[in-house]
Design a protein around this ligand. Structure first.
Ligand code: SF4
Length: 259
């Protein structure tokens, strides 16, 4: 048993070292990558074994033990607002606008008092700002009227707020309350399908599969590991397979794993 654990530890160390030096895998030319993505989108990649899934998350954990959201926030309410603002926008773009907004209003009461026009003015650098300002103020009123000014810790109550869908609710439940939810955004959707870890035609399908395959002891941080992996390594246009810590486990045929 001890021997087995040692072999696994050596394999993990080697995989992390190869990723660090950019020798984990080689990306194939564009036509083959496109074909590989099409194959992945059709769910034609081999299945991962439970041992492989365990190993992938063990490596994510070794590389980044305490992953966190990149959105700036100071309490559950400001996290909720930041996530609403981040729809179809980058976290960096949201983080540029929110310090002034949260300095003026870090509670639902203050945000409701600030009003739609001023909120709109403060977030106008973010895409879809008109609609987002409307939702932020409306959800603040609702939190005051129905939840005593607190962010509810229930999916149902969160999804009943203006501008809050399943993904936003999952992020808030995970990051503000430590629930083991997985919010499938564009990055996780791509990583799930491309790697073969959790394939699906909709974010909900991918979420359900991830829920099934990820071991319970990794669920608390799985969401952030997968987002960060998709954002910085398994990027859309040309993934950085050469720097990937799970290159030898990933089923994407658009790369060749180093011997
Ligand atoms: S998970 Fe890693 S090896 Fe697989 S496609 Fe993404 S970057 Fe490449």
């Amino acid at each position: 048993m001890a021997k087995k654990a040692t072999r696994k530890a050596v394999k993990r160390k080697k995989a992390l070292a190869k990723a660090r030096t950019g020798e984990a895998a080689k990306v194939k030319p564009k036509p083959q990558r496109v074909k590989a993505d099409a194959k992945a989108a059709h769910g034609e990649l081999p299945q991962w074994t439970p041992a492989e899934v365990e190993e992938a998350f063990r490596r994510f954990q070794a590389a980044e033990p305490e992953p966190k959201t990149e959105l700036t926030y100071v309490n559950p309410f400001t996290l909720l607002v930041a996530v609403v603002l981040s729809a179809q926008a980058t976290d960096a773009g949201v983080n540029k606008a929110t310090p002034a907004l949260f300095a003026a209003a870090d509670t639902p009461e203050k945000m409701a008092a600030l009003g739609e026009e001023r909120v709109r003015d403060m977030i106008k650098t973010i895409g879809l700002f008109r609609n987002k300002a409307k939702n932020v103020v409306a959800l603040s009123h609702k939190l005051v009227a129905e939840h005593g000014g607190q962010v509810p810790r229930s999916r149902e109550a969160l999804e009943a707020l203006p501008g809050v869908g399943r993904k936003t609710a999952n992020v808030v439940l995970n990051s503000a309350f430590g629930e083991h939810t997985i919010a499938v955004d564009t990055h996780i959707f791509r990583v799930g399908n491309r790697t073969g870890l959790a394939t699906g035609k909709t974010p909900f399908e991918v979420e359900e599969k991830l829920e099934r395959v990820i071991p319970a002891h990794y669920k608390r941080h799985a969401h952030h590991w997968l987002i960060l992996h998709g954002r910085y390594t398994c990027i859309a246009r040309k993934p950085l397979c050469e720097r990937c810590v799970i290159a030898d486990l990933c089923k994407w045929p658009g790369k060749t794993v180093a011997a």
